[in-house]
Write a protein that binds this ligand. Structure first.
Ligand SMILES: Nc1nc2c(ncn2[C@@H]2O[C@H](COP(=O)(O)OP(=O)(O)OP(=O)(O)O)[C@@H](O)[C@H]2O)c(=O)[nH]1
Ligand SMILES: [Mg+2]
Length: 426
């Protein structure tokens, strides 16, 4: 309820491929190897921007793909590394790996960065495989695939705006029509027992967090009703929106309501009187409302802006939301977020790589799978015999051959790995 949460898919860039090339020299058919390495793929990086306060940007974009590194070039030229994909997030963002449930990063301070998915290393060009025995290797490595993962991005919300007012004046209704929050709405008092939070976006793409607070009644500052719990929340709000039942539905006088609530706020903490306050004259769809508003305006001494709305018919919402956003733009953020998160650490989550797994297919073929073996496969350029041989050697070193033998693989049996099929040879 207090957390904004989105699921996001990230895929870092693959490394560029290494190149097989040779120096061209007169009279030398194959001068030495000259294939350069591929560049590294783009990392996916989250960076804290204190100017943001919601995960709104993820609402429209939940897919992030990093660019590939450039392929290696001739004359031993290294392919360019891809620039990281930097995605701005608000302070207080936590990133969780969906599969493992582990926390990848807690991002709290402006400018803080965390690599969420590491880009693949560039493949090595053939120069790098030269040895005295094989001075002109006819193979290069493909780029390493970038890390791919599903993550959960969470933000602990702190309300910028609090809706205050007597019970049943329409605070929850208002919140429900300007955000995706679904608070309980009913015509009895104290329907709302704990604040509901919603993210509001104005039509000019500004956003803020709004809370509908439990109703206030006289004596709240002494703990009457749900007083204290409620008032504690107001302290953190940068703007107070005072919701008034302008229709006087329950027989109270709207102006009396207004004075009483402010009296409670003041008695709880006089500083709350310095907080910007906007009056939401609600229930303007009711016939009595206009008349009451005239009296209210005539009585009002404080210099509070008044906006006519009807949460029921959704009239007047745009203007009041703009007024709230304008006010918020003028008020710096409280340090409350930093305070709360102070002790958080940044974890660098390292996925445990499975080297390989052997299973059997219906037709009797042996299926190889696993992170390490699949990565090796993707990094092998099967167009070059030497690369294929190297791949076979690497599998042997990993113990794949032995493991297959243990599972009674015999000469000529089919082995499959991703899209590739080959025969087992003793
Ligand atoms: N006519 C009319 N009725 C409204 C309007 N807004 C809310 N109501 C009604 O007023 C009643 C109370 O609404 P809520 O949104 O639950 O009021 P609240 O201020 O959240 O009340 P508490 O949570 O008990 O403090 C409901 O029956 C709503 O349908 C409005 O603009 N016009
Ligand atoms: Mg309510």
């Amino acid at each position: 309820m207090f957390v904004d949460q989105v699921s996001v898919y990230v895929k870092a860039g693959d490394g560029g491929n290494g190149l097989v090339a040779y120096r061209r020299e007169k009279y030398v058919p194959k001068g030495g190897p000259a294939g350069g390495d591929g560049g590294n793929g783009a990392d996916i990086v989250f960076k804290v921007d204190e100017g943001l306060n919601t995960l709104m940007e993820f609402r429209y974009n939940r897919h992030f793909k990093g660019k590939r590194g450039e392929n290696g070039m001739s004359k031993n030229k290294h392919g360019k590394n891809a620039d990281p994909n930097i995605i701005s997030v608000p302070p207080g963002t936590t990133v969780i790996d969906e599969e493992s449930g582990e926390t990848i990063a807690d991002l709290t301070v402006h400018g803080q960065e965390a690599i969420i998915a590491k880009g693949g290393r560039g493949g090595r060009g053939n120069s790098r495989f030269a040895t005295p025995r094989n001075p002109a290797p006819d193979m290069a490595e493909n780029g390493e695939p970038g890390i791919e993962r599903k993550i959960k991005v969470e933000l602990k919300l702190i309300a910028d705006v609090g809706l205050v007012g007597f019970p049943s004046v329409g605070k929850s209704t208002f919140l429900s029509v300007v955000s995706a929050a679904k608070p309980k709405i009913a015509d009895y008092h104290f329907t709302t027992l704990a604040p509901n939070l919603g993210v509001v976006e104005t039509s000019d793409q500004r956003s803020f967090v709004m809370a509908d607070l439990p109703g206030l009644i006289e004596g709240a500052h002494k703990g009457v009703g749900l007083g204290h719990q409620f008032l504690r929340h107001v302290e953190r709000n940068r703007v107070i929106v005072h919701v008034i039942d302008m229709a006087g539905t329950e027989g109270r006088d709207p102006y009396e309501d207004f004075l009483k609530i402010n009296q409670e706020l003041k008695q709880y903490d006089p500083k709350l009187m310095e907080r910007p306050q906007i009056v939401a004259a609600n229930k303007m769809d009711m016939p009595e409302a206009e008349e009451n508003l005239k009296k209210f305006t005539a009585n009002l001494q404080a210099d509070f802006p008044i906006y006519k709305i009807s949460a029921l018919t959704k009239n007047g919402l745009r203007d009041i939301l703009f007024a709230i956003a304008d006010k918020l733009d003028q008020i710096p953020k409280a340090a409350s977020i930093a305070e709360e998160m102070e002790e958080k650490v940044v974890y660098r989550y390292q996925k445990q790589e499975v080297p390989f797994v052997i299973t059997r297919d219906d037709d009797g073929a042996y299926i190889l799978s696993g992170d390490r073996i699949e990565k090796l496969f993707k990094m092998t350029d099967f167009n070059h015999d030497e690369a294929v041989q190297r791949f076979a050697r690497q599998l042997r070193k990993m113990g794949v051959d032995d493991a297959l033998r243990k599972r009674r693989a015999e000469d000529g049996d089919t082995i499959r790995l991703l899209s590739y099929g080959f025969d087992f040879i003793e």
